[in-house]
Design a protein around this ligand. Structure first.
Ligand SMILES: Cc1cc2nc3c(=O)[nH]c(=O)nc-3n(C[C@H](O)[C@H](O)[C@H](O)COP(=O)(O)OP(=O)(O)OC[C@H]3O[C@@H](n4cnc5c(N)ncnc54)[C@H](O)[C@@H]3O)c2cc1C
Length: 473
């Protein structure tokens, strides 16, 4: 076992990130990082110390980005073989398979500040959905973007004309509030909010349950109204998109801006010593930080890492999902539209599906279509083969059986911890300070979204810098 005082810029080759496929490391010199302290008692081999960030999901990357922008040396430790955490994409037979169905909403405010949208080459979804109900599809559409589709849908059985009017008033209500007001407002379960606003049973069951239930992985819509309002506002202001190179292009863009060698992959932290700010890795190495440690791991991993010495233990069951991917010939799919299909029938296990290559053709080889199907829950005890059978059986009712029968199963992702459970009571502005020199960040401290994770990472870094008087109060 070795104890390594964190020092950047580093020349030790073990600090160099091993590059996963498509992962671009910036070759910019880390020499730009200026020392925080240079004690005369330090030996030249231990030049300077900084911050240890544990976990390279969006929260950890945002924390690292903030530290980097203040020229604070840091080391980002990641247990897995690439950055991104829950935001990862695998390449399988020429298809881009996001680890679970994920949508990037362009109006996320923190994302707008941090990301270069142009180089993400974002591909838009249709602003609306096709809902399977009573044996056929019915369109719901955003009247501001698809006026005629929306006008035609006024009389469909998905909701009443009053429901469609209420959609408009809900939009105005959320747009009139700041994000701060939304995230700290009085809260109630989303289902109760929808009923209180006067939405009919039909639109709740046929649209809100599959749509927002799919976003929150919560078919009962128990998730806080704060999150509902925040997402509703972002949807009103922005587009639903996918980066052309897969959802992992988002964390990869953040990682590529960090100094060379500042990310250490395949490096699982197993303990954090609160007295010494030492972090021990599974392989026995110990890293020491002078300024503090930011834990950017997912909610269930926090208590584990601190051996239970924290109140940050999940008290509600996590939200889970299963995503199944199929390949098809491009002439074996029913539509060319970049539209989301929702199950409004109240029956079956499919919640939503779409043809990813219709949104971003780069998600598959030129002549192929990528079919993405999402379920809510993990379906423990149901084998992968049985899931494939049930899903293709259901989709044969949606589309032609002959067509669906030709689809080839590519992969199934079972994600037991997809999102923290954010049913009331929630506190979406939790203090990132855990103890002196120890900070936490992650989507469970803010909103369970890409944006929430980014915000929490920045807040943890800001708190550390403020406590160390490295930035003005
Ligand atoms: C299937 C799915 C679909 C989603 N869809 C959307 C969507 O459409 N829109 C949206 O806004 N949000 C969506 N989300 C939520 C969003 O992905 C998360 O809120 C966000 O990515 C959380 O980021 P994070 O950094 O807080 O946590 P994570 O991404 O979980 O990152 C934690 C990191 O810590 C690492 N780690 C854990 N333990 C250790 C350790 N001991 N040592 C070192 N490293 C460790 C992990 O490997 C991981 O990389 C979705 C999530 C899932 C799973």
């Amino acid at each position: 076992m070795t104890t390594i005082t964190l020092s950047l810029p580093c020349t030790n080759p073990t600090f160099l990130s091993s590059s996963p496929k498509r992962f671009r490391i910036n070759t910019q010199s880390s020499a730009q990082l200026s020392p925080i302290s240079s004690s005369p008692f330090q030996t030249p081999s231990l030049p300077k110390t900084g911050v240890i960030v544990i976990g390279a999901g969006l929260a950890g990357l945002a924390a690292a980005t903030h530290l980097n922008s203040h020229n604070i040396p840091f080391l980002l430790l990641e247990a897995s073989d690439a950055v991104g955490g829950r935001v990862r994409t695998d390449i399988v037979d020429g298809f881009l398979l996001d680890r679970g169905f994920q949508i990037f909403i362009t109006a996320y405010p923190e994302a707008q500040r941090l990301l270069n949208y142009q180089s993400l080459n974002l591909r838009k979804f249709y602003s609306g959905a096709k809902i399977f109900y009573d044996g056929q599809f019915h369109t719901v559409a955003d009247p501001l973007r698809h006026f005629w589709d929306s006008a035609k849908s006024l009389t469909n059985p998905i909701g009443s004309p009053l429901d469609k009017l209420l959609m408009g008033t809900t939009r105005l209500r959320v747009l009139a509030k700041s994000d701060e007001e939304i995230l700290t407002a009085q809260e109630l379960p989303t289902i109760d909010l929808l009923k209180q606003l006067g939405f009919s049973h039909s639109i709740i069951a046929r649209f809100f349950r599959p749509f927002f239930g799919g976003i929150f992985f919560d078919p009962n819509l128990e998730t806080t109204s704060r999150l509902f309002d925040f997402i509703f506002k972002c949807l009103a202001l922005g587009d639903n998109t996918l980066p052309a190179n897969g959802i992992s292009a988002i964390p990869e863009q953040l990682a590529a801006r960090l100094p060379y060698g500042s990310i250490l992959l395949n490096s699982k932290a197993v303990s954090v010593d609160l007295n010494t700010s030492e972090v021990r890795l599974q392989n026995g190495d110990v890293f020491k930080s002078e300024l503090g440690v930011i834990m950017a791991v997912e909610e269930p991993a926090v208590a584990h890492l601190l051996s239970g010495r924290t109140a940050l233990v999940p008290k509600k069951p996590a939200r889970s999902t299963v995503c199944l991917y199929f390949s098809a010939n491009r002439d074996q799919i029913p539509v060319a539209d970049p539209v989301l299909f929702l199950n409004g029938s109240g029956m079956g296990i499919v919640n939503n599906m779409f043809f990813a290559t219709n949104v971003a053709p780069s998600y598959g080889p030129p002549d192929k279509a990528l079919v993405s199907v999402s379920l809510i829950g993990v379906f423990e005890g149901v084998s992968d083969d049985e899931l494939v059978g049930r899903v293709t059986g259901e989709l044969s009712d949606w589309f032609q059986e002959k067509m669906v029968g030709e689809w080839k199963h590519l992969r199934t992702y079972r994600i037991s911890f997809a999102q923290p459970n954010q049913s009331p009571p929630t506190d979406l502005k939790k203090d990132p300070r855990l103890e002196s020199g120890l900070y936490v960040c992650g989507d469970y401290l803010t909103s369970a979204t890409f944006d929430g994770a980014l915000v929490s990472g920045r807040r943890a870094a800001e708190s550390l810098l403020k406590d160390r008087t490295l930035t003005p109060a």
